[in-house]
Design a binder for this molecule. Sequence first.
Ligand code: FAD
Ligand code: NAP
Length: 406
Amino acid sequence: MSDVHDYAAVGVGPANLSLAALGAGVENLRGAHFEARTSFSWHPGLLLPEATLQVSPFKDLVTPVDPTSPYSFLAFLAGEGRIYQFLTARFPAVLRTEFDQYLQWASRKIPAIEFGTEVRSVTERDGYFVIGSERGEVTARNVVLGTGQTPLVPAFLRPHLGADMFHAEEFLTRPRELSGRAVAVVGGGQSGAEIVRHLMRLAEPPLSITWITRRPGFLPMDDSPFTNEYFFPEYAREFHGLPRPRRQELLAEQKYASDGIDLDTLRDVYRERYRHECLLGRKDWLRLATRSEVTGCARLPDGWELELRGPGPTLVRADVVVLATGYEYRLPGCMSGLAHRLARTADGLVVGDDFSLSLSGETAGRVYLQNGARHAWGVADPNLSLLAWRSAVILNAILGYRRYNT
Ligand SMILES: Cc1cc2nc3c(=O)[nH]c(=O)nc-3n(C[C@H](O)[C@H](O)[C@H](O)COP(=O)(O)OP(=O)(O)OC[C@H]3O[C@@H](n4cnc5c(N)ncnc54)[C@H](O)[C@@H]3O)c2cc1C
Ligand SMILES: NC(=O)c1ccc[n+]([C@@H]2O[C@H](COP(=O)([O-])OP(=O)(O)OC[C@H]3O[C@@H](n4cnc5c(N)ncnc54)[C@H](OP(=O)(O)O)[C@@H]3O)[C@@H](O)[C@H]2O)c1
């Protein structure tokens, strides 16, 4: 069939943008990439001006597997005429806003990305996959899912979601009245920390901030050299080959290698607290609740009352509640027609050593999964570190030969 694409990519965040960038360098490869948003945007609700990248900018879309690619971060800096300023500025870490600009730049240069196209269905016809959207249908031998993770909100809080109780993912996406109000931030990971720092630096800050975490403290990310080897391809392969119980043990052990708070953000929060408490005399302005799980919530006439299980006060009143409560992987709705054919274990989908899903029945190709297999590939799976490597592994599998050295 001449109109069959080699692959169709569903969702274009950094993961499938990397696939598109590496695929663009392969002759005679026909890929189609569909993104629901009208242009590229990297977690826009959390694109806080002071937030920085947690990894080296060389872990970009392409460099670890193809440093000569025209879609590297260095090519972006040179192309935008800012490489000397960038090098001279010697940023300790690249701003997320700049990395977002890089990703946007790449998304405009890479061909075959259709923005404003939400994939509604992936079905199978005559052994090929049919990708359906409002714009029609595309047929492809393979599908690469890159739809990202879904914000995680405790079930009892979901009915309360709205203007004054929302997931961190929406922090910047609509204007909010925060100054002079009591704000509670739930979650002791990087998103919670970045929001607390941001609130503390507002020209017209909140009346008070209560930062709640069920972790034993505001724990730092382990960014030390040997720990960082968990983010190497060799380690990911080793992890993938381990039996399931061992993988689960290691995930718990390695949690803070990926989900701790980076030390600079923690220091900033501490210094802001010092400034507010000691220099401005705002005692008890930032309240900290550790080992505290939010277990209930009541709507008051003028705000919220959160119920906490932990060593401190059991009730917290707030006008605004920000839920920095993390993310989880969910198979996208467009896959509902194929979901019953996918093999699973108790902790998630079965993902092979080329990131393909185990799909029963006869098809010409496969469905590959980006950023949905922490249980199978380890703490590096949702991270940028292995983005280019994983895309290269998937492309090699689609091509049937070793185009990239993985
Ligand atoms: C605020 C934040 C900052 C982060 N910073 C870092 C960092 O510094 N370093 C690091 O290593 N990791 C970081 N991460 C983790 C990880 O790198 C990011 O989550 C990254 O964006 C994951 O890329 P992705 O492409 O898998 O998913 P996403 O970025 O979530 O992209 C998925 C895309 O799929 C689209 N989509 C979904 N469904 C459909 C559909 N049916 N049809 C069409 N399109 C669809 C969405 O609109 C979205 O654009 C961060 C995570 C967060 C939340
Ligand atoms: N600038 C950046 O680079 C940047 C910015 C943001 C995020 N990220 C990355 O994105 C990933 C997600 O980060 P995240 O901070 O959004 O999520 P996260 O690391 O999963 O943190 C979620 C937090 O919410 C807590 N929590 C959940 N439910 C709770 C409840 N009912 N009561 C109290 N606490 C509750 C969790 O506790 P438990 O730990 O006990 O579950 C955890 O502390 C991480 O890998 C992070 O590094 C990067």
